[in-house]
Write a protein that binds this ligand. Sequence first.
Ligand SMILES: [Mg+2]
Length: 279
Amino acid sequence: MEREIEWLDACRRMAARQADLFAATRGIAERTEYEGRGEGGDMTLKLDRQCEDIVFDELERLAAAGVAMSAVSEERGEVLLGSGDPVHRVVIDPIDGSMNVRRTIPSHSLSVAVADGDSMEDVHFGYVHDFGAGEDFWATRGGGAHLGESRIAPPQPEMPLEVVGLESSDPRWILGAIEELRGEAYRIRSIGSIAITLSYVACGRFDGMLSARGCRSVDAAAAQLIVREAGCEMVFVGYELGAAALDLETRYPVVAARSLEHLETVLAAQEAGVARRSA
Ligand SMILES: [Mg+2]
């Protein structure tokens, strides 16, 4: 647990420094400066790189204190830090919701997962910071999920499917999903950050969520532990938890819900979206 607190403190320092950076970079034009393409394939915003620099600065501090790790991040790819065999695999998205950052939409997040293996099942610490609301979601394996300092309570049985979060909501990919949810879900919300949307399922703000298209491990690695530790259901479509890799290549749609019944509904919607997608 001591180690987990160390990770939590480091993540909170990263979030605080990123928040300062966003506060100093306020306008849409200022936030829309690009610097080429990252390892993950997306165009890199200058802000993406600056946020990643902050994250790596804090990771290097931990490495200098004796924590050897391999760090996987969208822009830099995989990097070894510290000396000796890397004990931890750290999977980072410095900005989940780059489009929101660029357009000055408040909801975007920092996502940091720490694993002792190379699959989602091996994640033992997960941290998501929502810069819009200034909220921390975090979990430790076997230690439960937290919103700030409060432990998240397990879901109540038999709640209706009131609000469903839709991510990667490319209009060409969501038609079938929305049709499938007609008559099943009361309202749909689309935040634009997979990590925040998963965290919302974990803490009961959403009853379910789906990503219309495949996402990367960096988007989901931290929040999937938060979802599971909160007692909710989590699926990487097409992969068992132990086979969903923590790398930059694999893509998997994610689906989560507060009950098995709701999971079936959102999973069917995700699949219907894929089936109806148009070019
Ligand atoms: Mg990103």
